[in-house]
Write a protein that binds this ligand. Structure first.
Ligand code: MF3
Ligand code: CO
Ligand code: CO
Length: 249
């Protein structure tokens, strides 16, 4: 069932989204070579709790941390641990806050220190593809428009779109209907309605789109171990467009 949110519910999702975004602003200030992903996760945990919220990932289906931190070839769901961040690493940090019972879900990619040109191109293409997808959204637009915008932007650049993980409805729960694929054809699939809140969170690979899950049962990596990037926003479908709910202002 797809939940159409009331304006009161949207307001709570907006507040949670704002905190999730501010958490990533904070991450940007402390992400430096030499820090372990575990200590970064501890800082994220304190930041979220200090602002009166709960990290949604902690204990979610047994997930053991307050953020997902995925480095270089790690696509998503990287479990924070002893891995040390190095100069040039492409680091994806995904946080989801629960504030007053409502969820905000957002992810950014960061390049620590000096970026290789391919890492920078991949990061830029991924962020642009998310924004182009958001631009397609309005009351009556199709889920397929989102996927088509993403594929249409990154594939001509030689990059590929991960199939196995998708965006989702979000707000009253962590993962709601519908699934939001980052591939597809314009005009196909479910029609979006005003008041829906969904994530758009493309995972874009340098090489093959295929991925596998490591033995820890969480960390998703590219099959060819090449680089991958991700950005994610929680958005509200409006009459004539979309409002990004995971912004800091
Ligand atoms: N935040 C992720 C998403 O965008 C989900 C992480 S679930 C976890 O949907 F269990 F891996 F943390
Ligand atoms: Co999400
Ligand atoms: Co997320």
């Amino acid at each position: 069932m797809i939940i159409i949110k009331s304006s009161q519910e949207v307001d709570k999702i907006r507040k949670s989204g704002r905190l999730a975004s501010k958490t990533l602003d904070f991450v940007a200030t402390i992400l430096k070579p030499g820090i372990t992903t575990k200590s970064l996760d501890k800082e994220i945990h304190s930041f979220i709790v200090k602002h009166g919220a709960i990290p949604a990932t902690l204990g979610y289906r047994g997930y053991p941390a307050s953020s997902c931190i995925s480095v270089n070839e790690e696509v998503c769901h990287g479990i924070p641990g002893p891995r040390v961040i190095r100069d040039g690493d492409l680091v994806k940090v995904d946080v989801t806050t629960i504030l007053d019972g409502y969820f905000g879900d957002t992810c950014r990619s960061f390049i620590v220190g000096k970026a290789s040109s391919v890492a920078q191109k991949l990061l830029d293409a991924t962020r642009e593809s998310m924004m182009l997808a958001i631009d397609t959204v309005h009351d009556g637009s199709s889920l397929g428009d989102i996927g088509a915008a993403i594929q249409g932007h990154v594939e001509p650049l030689g990059f590929s779109v991960v199939r196995d993980f998708v965006g989702h409805g979000v707000g009253c729960k962590f993962h709601e209907s519908p699934n939001v694929p980052h591939y597809g054809s314009a005009g196909s699939g479910l029609k979006l309605k005003k008041g829906m809140t969904i994530t758009i969170e493309p995972m874009i690979n340098q090489g093959t789109w295929e991925v596998e899950i490591l033995k820890d049962a969480w960390t998703v990596v590219t099959m060819d171990r090449k680089l991958t990037a991700q950005f994610e926003h929680t958005i509200l479908v409006t009459d004539d467009g979309a409002e990004i709910l995971t912004v800091s202002h």
